[in-house]
Write a protein that binds this ligand. Structure first.
Ligand SMILES: Nc1ncnc2c1ncn2[C@@H]1O[C@H](COP(=O)(O)OP(=O)(O)OP(=O)(O)O)[C@@H](O)[C@H]1O
Length: 508
């Protein structure tokens, strides 16, 4: 202020002087000075006076707990009875201090020697210590700095640390649900990884089982299940559906598919592999990366999934009707004879039964089935044909065929269509047309239940969910979700981001 007095001759100097002289600013400056004078550092206890001669080998670590966990686990060497730091959790208090490391030998906690104690007894000492905790440790040599970089994974199964007795320390376990994104920050331990759920709210990681650990748990669980009765195989692709008799244009395949699905649901309600609670023995995690489609690449395939009657086909047709130059469905193949006015490659690809069966043997169909004596199928080539022309191919699929669709070439973006709340469902569907006798879309309860089961079982394969309440709103939301899928960065399985030429190096 004194300095300012000297520059008061200028207009700016005078103005600044007046502002700083105002009572509000004066009060603010005074508050700042009083707070700045106070010392907020924790008061640390004095170091022990009698330190052993070999001081280099010893480290005294002082941590202030502040109601948060220490973020470290300990283990006992069964032969020597010594207690070691087993793990330091990323982002936890011990990690942030930079003073405790995996493998450090613990000698004392708050002056209590730990030699000969059980890890549980040491933990009790820690639990009852509040504020400052003093550790005496012999550091693990040589000290290696962690060079792990994060790997991102999508959880393909649910995991709850509360139900896992093998977790070394239940407090640091992290739960996750199918489909959630995980940032794995440490994979050094072959059994337990450290990870954060995305989007992350905490800097502190939690323990999750490694892939091999989770697979062995799945195997154990699988063996302990009662033997499944595999009735699903009875619903093979060649099942005949007399109910398709009333099917109209292009609906045959959908109807067959629906019958097969219902047949499976009905015939194997107790079937293990169809149960929403079944434990998949496939990979429990899927490595993912952020992928941004370049303008030179084909559009991503859009797959709509939803339970029968929820409105998947209505939404799909609506999009194609609204933007025919942007969206297109694949042309299915059929062995049915061409009718008057039809043209091959327009309504269907009309092929002989021999050719159709040859295509089946060569895995060219994503889905196929028999209806009224004729075969119908959607080939991957028909989808690629649409994508190659720069149009967005939009299909509806049963969730069990998603595995076949998920490839680097098609890069499918899967949108789950969910029914709205009961009131909205009743209101919006009061004039809905029931297409066939096997569609039970009037039975709202069944629709909701089937949708819930589908979501529970396949959630890990869905990129987004859209609620189909009012048709215009759902269509508008779907449009914007599809635009995001094509133009914005998205998480995809890691192999999908590899350019076509380098595929071999990824496989080796
Ligand atoms: N948002 C909506 N508002 C009003 N009616 C709707 C809406 N969505 C769908 N419908 C109607 O509900 C009925 C079933 O829809 P749709 O045929 O699209 O079901 P789906 O999910 O394709 O199942 P399926 O394959 O069994 O036919 C149709 O009569 C359709 O017009």
């Amino acid at each position: 202020m004194d300095d300012l007095k000297t520059v008061q001759c200028s207009d700016e100097g005078r103005e600044l002087y007046e502002i700083l002289q105002s009572p509000h600013i004066q009060a603010l400056l005074s508050s700042h000075d009083s707070i700045a004078r106070l010392d907020y550092e924790p008061v640390l206890p004095p170091l022990p006076e009698e330190l052993p001669g070999d001081q280099d080998a010893m480290r005294i670590v002082c941590l202030v707990k502040n109601n948060q966990p220490l973020g470290a686990t300990i283990k006992r060497d069964e032969e020597t009875g010594e207690i070691y730091i087993a793990r330091v959790i990323h982002g936890g208090l011990a990690d942030r201090s930079g003073l405790l490391h995996t493998g450090d030998l613990l000698l004392e906690v708050n002056g209590n020697p730990v030699e000969g104690l059980e890890p549980e007894q040491v933990i009790q000492i820690l639990i009852h210590s509040q504020g400052t905790i003093l550790f005496k440790v012999i550091p693990n040599k040589p000290q290696t700095t962690a060079t792990n970089s994060s790997v991102f994974m999508r959880a393909m199964v649910d995991y709850s640390p509360q139900q896992d007795w093998s977790l070394p320390c239940p407090d640091v376990g992290m739960s996750f649900r199918k489909g959630q994104l995980l940032e794995v920050v440490d994979q050094t331990d072959g059994h337990w990884w450290q990870a954060r759920r995305l989007p992350t709210t905490s800097s502190c990681a939690g323990l999750i089982p490694s892939t091999s650990m989770l697979k062995s748990k799945q195997r154990e669980q699988w063996w302990s299940q009662p033997l499944p009765i595999d009735t699903c195989s009875a619903v093979c692709a060649y099942s005949v559906s007399p109910l398709c008799a009333s099917a109209g244009f292009r609906r045959s395949l959908r109807l067959w598919r629906r019958m097969a699905y219902r047949g499976c649901r009905l015939s194997c309600s107790s079937c293990y592999s169809c149960s929403p609670h079944s434990t998949s023995l496939s990979n429990p995690y899927e490595e993912v990366v952020l992928y941004q489609r370049s303008p030179q690449e084909n559009p991503r395939l859009i797959v709509l999934v939803g339970t029968s009657g929820v409105g998947v086909n209505e939404l799909r047709k609506n999009l194609i009707r609204m933007k025919p130059s942007l969206f297109k469905g694949p042309i299915p193949h059929t062995t049915r004879p061409m009718r008057e006015g039809e043209q091959t490659g327009r309504e269907y690809h009309f092929v002989t039964r021999e050719l159709f069966e040859y295509m089946v043997c060569n895995n060219r169909f994503l889905e196929y089935g028999l209806c009224r004596g004729h075969l119908y199928g959607t080939s991957s080539d028909a989808i690629r044909e649409v994508l190659k022309k720069g149009r967005i191919c939009i299909i509806d699929a049963e969730p069990h065929s998603l595995h076949a669709l998920r490839s680097r070439k098609l890069k499918p973006y899967v949108i789950f269509i969910r029914p709205p709340e009961r009131d909205v469902l009743r209101l919006t569907r009061q004039h809905a047309r029931i297409l066939t006798s096997c569609c039970s879309c009037r039975d709202y309860e069944e629709l909701e239940e089937a949708s819930g089961l589908m979501e529970m079982k396949y959630r890990q394969l869905f990129d987004r969910t859209v609620e189909n309440g009012r048709l215009e709103e759902a269509t508008a939301e779907l449009l914007s979700v599809i635009q995001e899928a094509q133009e914005e960065e998205q998480w995809v399985p890691a192999p999908w981001s590899v350019p076509e030429d380098s595929e071999t190096s990824f496989l080796t």
